[in-house]
Design a protein around this ligand. Structure first.
Ligand code: SF4
Length: 393
């Protein structure tokens, strides 16, 4: 089970419901600054985030995952579509109601260096949201800031220190404290560990998983790193060029990916054991422009099993392929046969160096051998040697 998984997760009711969400950014040009084109950053995305779960959103840079996260908090306005939070449509809320609802929805930014005001002590940075929400009493604010510092593993006396006095991992804990001080229900974590050293990443991830259980949070966890997403998420959505192409439970996605793009992403995950290696699949072709995305399936220009003309002419529907497993591919059920025909090797087939694996197995069994057995074997060897005749005549 992933670090963030709980038995109830996945059975919860939707806390956030996203329907046909679209965001086009206009590109302006000419003397009159007219709209000459549009960047189709998010194009008709539909999914739910269930109460109590961690929903991971993955994809390459520029696929629209960060824009989706910001749309969910209405930090940017959607072009069309709806986002419901706790049964209420955020896209139709007036500013007063939106401000009240925002205390239930917070964001943790990617860059812990750039997201904290260097001129303010961290006590003020974390307490700013409380002031905005009407907590006027200074003593009360400081108490709540001190309490949240305890929760994220920072000392209370850090309250008057400035961001430059902290390490990267500590700054991300400050970012978490700022998001959690308002006791939200839902947190969008936008690449929260990608700017950190690997050793610090696991600490912050484990802290997020613990806080999720302790404070009954729901996360949208955005990352380009599938192994990080596997560690913390209950369900995963994969985005490509502004569209969701696959969504399922984390376990099912990693064991049984249905979309060719997901298979490419999985093949890029490094194996921690150097004796095992995964067949690395290299995506051919450039990422198409989101200004003028390919017709039909957006992945057809790079897909090794694309079938023409259907893949270049007809957009595949994002539909249920098996229990809880959604994908947008005309050939999701025939991928194995098409992969064989095209010579494409799915990453689930892992190449293992047999000899190295056998040596590793022997080393592991020796290491697990009880000490007294090893000692008696050594004693036996010593006795045998001492009874042998000395060399020479
Ligand atoms: Fe590949 Fe066609 Fe499936 Fe798109 S619809 S992923 S091009 S096989």
């Amino acid at each position: 089970m992933s670090a963030g998984a709980t038995p109830a997760a996945g059975d919860g009711k939707p806390l956030v419901r996203v329907q046909n969400l679209v965001k086009y950014f206009p590109l302006r040009g000419g003397i009159l600054q007219r709209t000459v084109a549009e960047v189709k950053a998010v194009d008709d995305v539909t999914f739910d985030v269930r109460a109590g779960e961690v929903f991971g959103l993955v994809g390459e840079s520029g696929c629209g995952k960060t824009t989706t996260g910001r749309l969910l908090l209405r930090l940017i306005e959607p072009t069309s579509g709806t986002v419901e939070f706790d049964g209420r449509d955020l896209t139709k809320m007036k500013s007063d109601e939106l401000k009240k609802t925002r205390s239930d929805m917070q964001i943790v930014f990617q860059d812990p260096y750039a997201s904290l005001n260097p001129r303010l002590p961290i006590g003020e940075i974390i307490g700013e949201g409380l002031s905005n929400m009407g907590v006027r009493d200074r003593h009360q604010r400081e108490e709540r800031v001190a309490a949240i510092l305890d929760k994220v593993g920072l000392r209370r006396y850090y309250i008057n220190r400035y961001p430059h006095e902290f390490s990267g991992g500590q700054r991300q804990r400050i970012g978490l404290a700022r998001a959690l001080v308002l006791e939200p229900k839902f947190v969008v974590a936008d690449e929260p560990v990608s700017a950190l050293d690997v050793s610090i990443q696991s600490q912050v991830l484990n802290l997020m998983a613990d806080l999720k259980d302790e404070l009954q949070l729901t996360y949208l966890f955005i990352s380009h790193n599938l192994s990080v997403v596997e560690h913390i998420s209950d369900r995963v959505g994969v985005m490509y060029l502004g569209k969701l192409v696959e969504m399922s439970s984390t376990e099912d996605l990693f064991k049984n990916p249905k979309h060719p793009y997901t298979k490419f992403l999985l093949s890029a995950i490094p194996k921690p054991d150097p004796r095992q290696h995964r067949q690395r699949l290299i995506l051919s072709g450039d990422v198409p422009s989101p200004i003028n995305p390919p017709t039909g399936c957006r992945f057809h220009t790079r897909c090794p099993i694309a079938q023409f003309p259907i893949c270049s002419e007809q957009q595949p529907a994002f539909e249920l392929k098996s229990t809880g497993h959604w994908a947008a591919c005309h050939f999701a059920e025939q991928t194995k046969e098409l992969e064989k025909e095209s010579g494409f090797v799915a990453p689930a087939i892992e190449a293992v160096d047999e000899e190295a694996a056998a040596i590793g197995q022997a080393e592991r069994s020796a290491a697990s051998e009880p000490e007294d057995v090893l000692e008696s074997e050594l004693d036996e060897e010593a006795r045998r040697r001492s009874s042998e005749p000395l060399g020479g005549e």
